[in-house]
Design a protein around this ligand. Sequence first.
Ligand SMILES: [Zn+2]
Length: 186
Amino acid sequence: MSRKFALAGAVALALAVTPIAAGTASAAPASTQQEAAVTTVYYSTASAPSFRSVINAGAANWNNSVTNVRLVERNSGASLRYTEGNDPRGSYASTNGHGSGTIFIDYTQARQYNPTRIAAHETGHALGLPDHYSGPCSELMSGGGPGPSCTNAVPNAAERSRVNSLWANGLVATNQQRAVETIYGF
Ligand SMILES: [Zn+2]
């Protein structure tokens, strides 16, 4: 039962987050100072109607966990699309790691594993996190690694911190990652 798969040609996302030194914006108008800007990622559940509630639950778990990016459901013009169906490879995310791409939820896998964990895990990829199958159940990105009995759908402290760092400067990160599309399993 190989539910996980590593992508051929997976490209490591090398993201250089440029810290903004405190005080460097002292001469700038208030609107451009280094207050952390929240980036909104719009996602569509229109093509995954069976899983709308678990997708929204997974997104809510992320919204309750991080501050620099916010997931908002909007079926028109969304950069992140959820789909559903049958695929022997299981669920996956095809994403640039910065809020764009497609997340597929597999029916068979969603019956075997906690579907909210699947949705939240795949969403974690869209927010920039890689797989870490050897991790414990408390780690969302361990995916199917801990087995079907693991129902945790909430990122741990390290995962929250990592996502906040990746989105600390949303616009710069978007420009750096836009061209890189990688597929991750569950
Ligand atoms: Zn994964």
